[in-house]
Design a protein around this ligand. Sequence first.
Ligand SMILES: Nc1nc2c(ncn2[C@@H]2O[C@H](COP(=O)(O)OP(=O)(O)OP(=O)(O)O)[C@@H](O)[C@H]2O)c(=O)[nH]1
Ligand SMILES: [Mg+2]
Length: 397
Amino acid sequence: MSFNPPLRETLPAERSKDANSIVQSPSGVKSPAELTLQRIQYQASASAQNKDAVKPGDPTVGLLPKGKPRLLLMGQRRSGKSSISSVVFHKLPPNETLFLESTARIQKDSMASFMEFQVWDFPGQIDVFDHVNFDMEAIFGEVGALIWVIDAQDDYLEAVSRLNATVLTLQRSYPNINIEVFIHKVDGLSDDYKLDIQRDITIRIQDELSDHGFENAPVTFHLTSIYNHSIFEAFSKVIQKLIPRLGTLEAMLTNLCRTCRFEKAYLFDVLSKIYIATDSATADMASYEICSDYIDVIIDITEVYGTWHRSDETRKKLEGEPWNTKLDEQIGCSTAESCLVLHDSNKPIMLREVDRYLALVAIMTDDSYDRMPLVNMNVEAVVDGLTEFFNITKPRK
Ligand SMILES: Nc1nc2c(ncn2[C@@H]2O[C@H](COP(=O)(O)OP(=O)(O)OP(=O)(O)O)[C@@H](O)[C@H]2O)c(=O)[nH]1
Ligand SMILES: [Mg+2]
């Protein structure tokens, strides 16, 4: 599906000066994006009403998942599963994971975020495939991804052979489950050694799979550590695979970057700092880190100063001259708001909240300052598009 938000290369005032430009009435003519989204919404609601009408390959099927996607964290004891879940989803400082106790039973966490999903943290000593008591359908029936954590600082042969057995069993019964291997605790390892380990583990798993006739199993490898941003980046990639129509989001951001001459734009889940989409330019760790640190600053400020309560008097003042607009229409969302510009090595960074869970963070180029009104207008258009996107793709209850 192509997506074409109504982004502007020039301001309306400039455009009206230009005799060749076609100025469309904002209320009358629907943009291609609006029309496409409307069509998807119509298709989605039609197929929800009539389940029999859903055919294999129907593009709207992905919009109607059965339940909350589930991320399963599995691996050997002490490999770091609970640490990962606590650092990414509960903001536990990495050093404090030293005091985490070994997990005794499956910990199920529900994440209320832009997309509701569950994280299940398994105890390392339990092999669910060895126990007849476990209901496989209940565990793997609605899985979004299985994350297998391997401790790279330890002897990993046993972990790899358990992973091999797991992948083979899953390939037979649930071939669509994405298997994400986190080669974990790579902090303190040299770059060469990290790559050697990754190569070795990849070969061991792929050999085993092809010996059993599975050539294209969905197994992906990530080098991770809770002591840097790599764990967030890996989770971002895992979550992105669960988003229906990710390409549409990416196209929106790529379009925004091109129009506003941004270097990079990320759509973040604010609480976990996972980025759920970015533009097509190659993502480098440094730009992700600065954007994610910026989100931390915003969250910390919000935590210190709390929600912004305005008195009726202040509200009236803000809604009066010269704006003459309702406050709700002036701000991103009523629970939190921010639209700041920071300077980092001459590259301003912009953050704009989409709703209470999502924020758009972009690294601008130096000359973007001169074009701020245009930038703001385009960001606004993209925020509207994103809001509509998530309204349409959220599962119907
Ligand atoms: N160096 C380093 N240590 C880590 C990292 N992640 C976790 N650890 C440490 O690994 C130890 C075990 O972590 P846990 O999260 O309890 O491991 P687990 O996989 O949940 O263990 P079980 O619950 O027994 O299955 C802790 O001391 C953590 O501090 C990492 O990225 N780097
Ligand atoms: Mg644990």
